[in-house]
Design a binder for this molecule. Sequence first.
Ligand code: ZN
Length: 304
Amino acid sequence: MQHLVLLASLVSLCSGSGDWCYPSQFTCEHHCNTPEMWSHTSTVCAGKFQSPVNVVTRKTLLDQRLTPFQFSNYQQTFRGTVKNNGHSVQVGVNHLATVMGGDLVTGYKAVQLHLHWGQNGGPGSEHTIDGEQYPMELHIVHMKQQYSDLSVALSDPSGVAVLGFFYEESRSTNRKYDSIVNALRSITHPNSNTSLPPISLEQLIPSRQNLTSYYRYQGSLTTPGCTESVIWTLFHSTIPLSKEQLQAFSDLRFHNGKPMGGNFRPPQPLNGRLVYHSGAASVLASAALLWAAAGLTLGLSRAN
Ligand SMILES: [Zn+2]
C-alpha cells in the first residue's frame, strides 16, 4: 500500500499538472505539461485540425487561387518592443501592416511576430517539409482587419492568418537581423523586454519576388489554447542566418533557468486535411512555354 502511495506521488510529481511547457523545460523538479499533455491545459489541443503539420510535398494540391500576396506597409519602419514571454521571443507590431490576396477573404493586419527554434542552433522549426526540420521558424501573426483584439479574432474560424517562414544556416551573418539578435542579451529573463531600433517587417523576410511559392492549409495556434482558427501560409523561400545568430537565441532562459530552445510543438496529424500549394511559378513557366511555342509556330508559318 505504501509502495502504491509512493508510486502515485512520484507519478504526480514528474508528470503532474502545471503550466504547459516544451520537453526541453521539463524536469522532475519543475512540473509542467509537455505537448502530449497540452489537452490537460486546453481540450482544444486534442482537436482534429491542429498545427503544426508535416507537409508531404507530393501529396499537396495545386490551387490556382493561391496568387501572390499584396503586402501593405511591410516596408514601413516601426519601433517595436521585443519580449521574452517565457516560451518564445515576441515582437509586437504597433503600426498598420497588412496582407491581402493569396485567397484570403479580406485584409489581415499584423499583430505580432515570434519564433520557434532548436537547442543551440539545432533543428527547431514547427512545420516540417517532407520530414525536414529547419533550424528556426518565424510566425507573423495577423488577424482580420475588422478585429481589434486577437482573442476575438480567434473565435472566428478564419479570423487569424499566420505567415510562416523557415530559416536556413548560412555562412555569412544576416545584418538585417542584427537589431533583434543584439537585443536578445537584454531579455534573457522571462517577462523582460526591451525596445528595438526601428525595424520593418520587410527586412525580416525574403524579398517580395520570392514569396509567390507557398503552402496553405487550415490549422490552429501551436501553443495552448491551440485554437483552430488559423489560415496557415508556409513560404518555400528561406531566411539565412549564421550559426552564431541562430545560437544567440539560446541565450534566452525559460522560467526554470534552462536555456530557451526546442520550443516547437511536434507535427500533428492532418486528419484528412489537404495541403495546397500556390501555382504562380509553374503557371508563369507554362505561360512562357506557350508564348514560345506560339512564336515558333508564327515564325515557321511566316517562313513558309
Ligand atoms: Zn508560433
